[in-house]
Design a protein around this ligand. Structure first.
Ligand code: NAD
Ligand code: IPM
Ligand code: MN
Length: 347
């Protein structure tokens, strides 16, 4: 199994060291070899060479079984052009249309909500990952003047909306789940989100055993805080999914806990923590590596190495239970020490 590793920027580098440590440990415990190739792409590389990713970079990524990314984003690159090419570019070019973001609380004490615990925070979000406002279609007219006009189009295609909604229902059906909630803003966005409504009803009809509900995205954001226990599967568009999964991160104890997979079933997929490069925390041995490590578990699960994925999840859970964590979730250990404890718990 060959994995490309892009540590990227800021705390991406810190958490990737720990994710790789745990991956190597699980590979040794299970005696299942994994070959890693580290790609130096990120802000340092861009500032040194002017290159975001090399010619043929996406084809190179396609040649691996999976890609692991730490995080991208650096204040020295104000428009974050490298992050757009490396992260969003890969999502588009490899057509990774499913952004799979599980939201699972590992210990009651990490929940920021009063009187809520593990039973209330256990759902998955499927975020459309190849369309919406992220496609970058638009332009600026009279830029920099008081008459500036900025246009940023939101793209919704039948194919794109159908495949993410269908994926969400199929996931529910194969995981013994009974509810799928679709969130849009069809009351205000009467063209693009009418398409989401039509497709949602069409796909729901194929799955009579699953309760298909709809909430406007503003109401969903409110209910995620007031009553997250009502959700099993949430499906939404690219931008709303981005926002909702940061709320999901908070529900798990903080952004440092949240994992994700950018998937195209049957093809090379990309795994990364939900958080960004958090420049103020970079290089200080304080970033929580658990979201990155849990993203490695999602990667192994997707590659069919279920026992190794479960072992990592169990090791993270045991480490949380023992209070052996970074400060953001109440512990007193550093990034490296948490990585060591999780690796040790795998033995
Ligand atoms: P961020 O996720 O980097 O950080 C927001 C805050 O969350 C941090 O200040 C910190 O308090 C907390 N946090 C995040 N990860 C943590 C961790 N592992 N451990 C402990 N605390 C953690 O978001 P931001 O500050 O809005 O963005 C910083 C840069 O990262 C920007 O350039 C942004 O574009 C980029 N970004 C990249 C990705 C990605 O690569 N997937 C995701 C989000 C943001
Ligand atoms: C994420 C990030 C990215 C996004 C940024 C870095 C463009 O926030 O993966 O959640 O908006 O998709
Ligand atoms: Mn985000």
């Amino acid at each position: 199994m060959q994995i490309a590793v892009i540590a990227g920027d800021g705390i991406g580098k810190d958490v990737t060291v720990e994710a790789v440590k745990v991956l190597q440990q699980v590979s040794s415990v299970f005696d299942a070899p994994i070959v890693l190739e580290h790609l130096p792409w990120g802000a340092d590389h861009f500032l040194r060479t002017g290159e975001t990713l090399p010619a043929g970079g996406y084809d190179l990524l396609r040649s691996f079984d999976a890609v692991f990314v730490g995080a991208l984003g650096d204040p020295r690159v104000p428009d974050n052009r490298h992050a757009r090419d490396i992260l969003l570019g890969t999502r588009f070019e490899l057509d990774l249309y499913v952004n799979y973001r599980p939201v699972r609380l590992l210990a009651d004490r990490l929940c920021p909500l009063k009187h809520r615990g593990r039973a209330d925070v256990n759902f998955v979000v499927f975020r459309e990952n190849t369309e919406g406002v992220y496609v970058g279609i638009g332009g600026r007219f009279k830029a920099g003047t008081p008459d500036e006009v900025a246009i940023q189009e939101e793209i919704n295609t039948y194919k794109g909306v159908h495949r993410i909604i269908r994926y969400a229902f199929a996931y529910a059906a194969t995981h013994n789940l009974t509810k799928v909630c679709m969130a849009d803003k069809s009351n205000a966005m009467q063209q693009g989100h009418a398409l989401w409504q039509r497709v949602f009803h069409e796909v729901a009809a194929e799955f009579p055993g699953i309760a298909a509900t709809h909430q406007y995205i503003d109401a969903l954001a409110m209910f995620l805080v007031r009553d997250p226990g009502q959700y099993e599967v949430i499906v939404t568009n690219n931008l709303f999914g981005d926002i909702v999964t940061d709320i999901g991160g908070a529900l798990q104890g903080g952004l440092g806990m949240a994992a994700s997979g950018n998937l195209h079933p049957g093809r090379t997929s990309l795994f990364e923590p939900v958080h960004g490069s958090a420049p103020p925390l970079a290089g200080r041995n304080v970033a929580n590596p658990m979201g990155a490590i849990l993203s490695v578990a999602l990667m192994l699960e997707t590659l069919g190495r279920t026992a190794e994925a479960k072992a990592i999840e169990a090791a993270v859970e045991a480490t949380v239970r023992a209070g052996e964590t970074t400060a953001d979730i109440g512990g007193s250990l550093g990034t490296r020490e948490v990585g060591d404890r999780i690796a040790a718990a795998l033995m």
